[in-house]
Design a binder for this molecule. Sequence first.
Ligand code: SF4
Length: 407
Amino acid sequence: MKLLVTQRSVSTLLEKHRLLDAWFPFRYSLNTHSGCLGSCLYCPVNFRQPAGDGATLVKEISLKKNIASLLQHDLHVLSKQLQRLKEQSLKPLKAAYSMHRLIGIGGGYNDFLDPSLPENMPLEVLATIIKNTHRPFILTKWPRRLLAYHASLLALTAKLHKENTHHNNTHNLKQGYTKAEQRLPLVLVSFSTTNNKLSKQIEATTPSSDDRLSAIAALREKGYTVAAILSPLLGMAATTSAKDFADAGCDFVLFAGMHGSLKPALLEILQLPKLPDHLNAALPDSKQLSLKAMQLFYAELQSQKLRIFMPRSIFQSMLSMKDSLAVLFAQLYYKNLYTQDPRQNKNLADSAFRLAAYRLSLMSELEFASRLERHSFQEIKGFSSKISRIIELAALQADFSPFDKVS
Ligand code: SF4
């Protein structure tokens, strides 16, 4: 396989998301490049791969130019916007407008820690985010690379912090180290299975599952918050055990659906008339089976006392109150979905929670503040008195008890 790294100019790096979801609770994210060294069979990056055997295949990574300076500029603009919102906001909401934001990195069919990228790029991006008092949230299959960066990340963040302060002295360098230690990146390590043999078959050029699990344990020891995500959830029963994640010390575990549509795609890529038995059993054909599989996996995570979803304690200081509530309602909806009997469709989950998550996600901060002041959430179509009460309890009295059963 040949690797071609090209560069392209862009005018902005940071993206703002209109919708928030239960799994990735951030409004802002960035992608440093497109393309990936990984050869995961189920990934769209590889669906359109030009034909070629291992030797003649050419993979292209298209890297954005001037990433660190673009990012610094975008974060500066973001800080000003957040400051303005804070000034306009209601008193009880101001605390949630701290300037810290969770910045998602990667996930646009690329990997931020892809080893084919320039050595210093991830380091500069992470240090720039932390120096600006935000917190990076990395999705990766190469977590061990972050371990290698650890000491340099602390040193570079401290240096940038010191240069940024009026008194460029040792005290400020120390402050910079403290800041870096307090805002270490959150790491979400991606898996499709924890079975090494199977992992080799379907995601050959990424680190083995065992390597990823041991990197999780090492990152946890250094003070990082680390979660695992199974996506797509191939790894049921024979292929993945929730215990592997518990043993590695994951702070929480996420999982995304198993699409029946992956089956024909995998067959085509593998050039097989039929999938091997273990994969065939792991990939369901219908939505109902997929839900059943997720419910089983959820139960397994619970039996290992593993949390699903990022806990509120992590994200609430990095989202506005409105956005925190949008995420919490989405989590509540999915938590209900995973614990209800799929045969009883009409009781599948409380869709009012889903609607609340959606509407809050799209609502402007100013509308939220105004509705809170006028107690007028019930005027919104689909918002019951129960939903309105939950919102007011949280926003005005910091009472989040209705969400406590999540996870
Ligand atoms: S590592 Fe991630 S982005 Fe890269 S091919 Fe695999 S799934 Fe796709």
